[in-house]
Design a protein around this ligand. Structure first.
Ligand code: NAD
Ligand code: ZN
Length: 249
């Protein structure tokens, strides 16, 4: 096991296929707190039980009121991609990275220009009707909730709308997860960035990848999967990933 930027850059350069796997930590420098770890939102005024799918169905109005509070607490007004999102997008445009599989729902990889993106847990940018499946922008819905128009409903059929994300208690869409698993298995290098690597089933992807190829981990703190990685860098993703890009210039 190595822990140098140069070693990671060399692996990126020589691998036939590289897939990045990102978690909440990559967006921390954009001002979006993580769920777990130091300064995580679950240690503050929020309770994960309020965002469970059962809570949504039991009381959609109360669910949405809390959801809008959580969104406001987690999203600065001027939220934007940071140097780590940009570095992954640069690697992709140079042909050194095949795809990004993200657990994040914040849309920042898309904003940074990443093209091949799998959003495992969906996106907070949209809402989805539970009856007809039609999708719409989330911002106007949050606005309606703040104005007391509860619970928010679908413009097409009048059904309830929910955030277009995988809520606690919901299954990941099979097709999305299968594609991510295939990419993990087929990659020579699977680069996990800013994830505690504990949320299942997403955390099974680095395990799978390490069995078939090589695993690299970039995270502020140690993770339970460090032992199976070939490269582990404990540091801020906004320092490490730009340094890797630099080393490959
Ligand atoms: P997590 O909250 O479990 O872990 C985040 C990890 O990132 C921690 O281990 C922490 O040490 C590390 N970290 C924090 N700042 C970092 C930095 N600057 N550089 C490198 N590492 C840093 O996150 P997870 O593993 O993604 O799982 C959380 C779940 O919560 C996911 O399902 C995700 O959908 C959701 N989530 C998403 C967002 C978002 O969209 N931005 C934010 C919070 C939670
Ligand atoms: Zn509908």
């Amino acid at each position: 096991m190595t822990s140098s930027v140069a070693a990671l850059a060399e692996r990126v350069r020589t691998a036939d296929s590289v897939v990045a796997f990102t978690g909440a930590g990559i967006s921390a420098a954009s001002g979006i707190p993580t769920f777990r770890g130091e300064d995580g939102v679950w240690g503050s005024e929020f309770d994960p039980a309020d965002f469970h799918v059962d809570r949504f169905h039991a009381d959609p109005s109360a669910f949405w009121e809390r959801r809008v509070d959580l969104y406001a607490a987690m999203t600065p007004d001027d939220v934007a991609p940071n140097a780590a999102h940009d570095a992954l997008s640069t690697l992709e445009s140079r042909g050194l990275l095949d795809a990004v599989v993200t657990q994040n729902t914040d849309g920042l990889h898309r904003d940074a220009g990443t093209d091949d993106l799998i959003e495992l847990h969906g996106t907070n940018r949209l809402v989805e009707c539970v009856d007809c499946g039609s999708r719409a922008d989330a911002a106007p819905v949050r606005e309606r909730v703040r104005g007391g128009d509860l619970p928010p409903t679908c413009g097409d059929c009048g059904g309830l709308v929910k955030p277009a994300v995988v809520l606690f208690g919901e299954q990941l869409p099979t097709a999305v997860f299968d594609r991510a698993r295939e990419m993990a298995r087929e990659s020579d290098l699977f680069l996990a960035v800013g994830s505690s690597l504990t949320v299942e089933p997403a955390a099974s992807l680095p395990r799978d990848a390490a069995r078939h190829g090589s695993l690299a981990i970039v995270n502020l703190e140690p993770t339970p999967q460090d032992a199976r990685a070939d490269v582990v860098l404990h540091g801020d993703a906004t320092d490490v990933l730009p340094a890797v890009v630099e080393a490959l210039a």
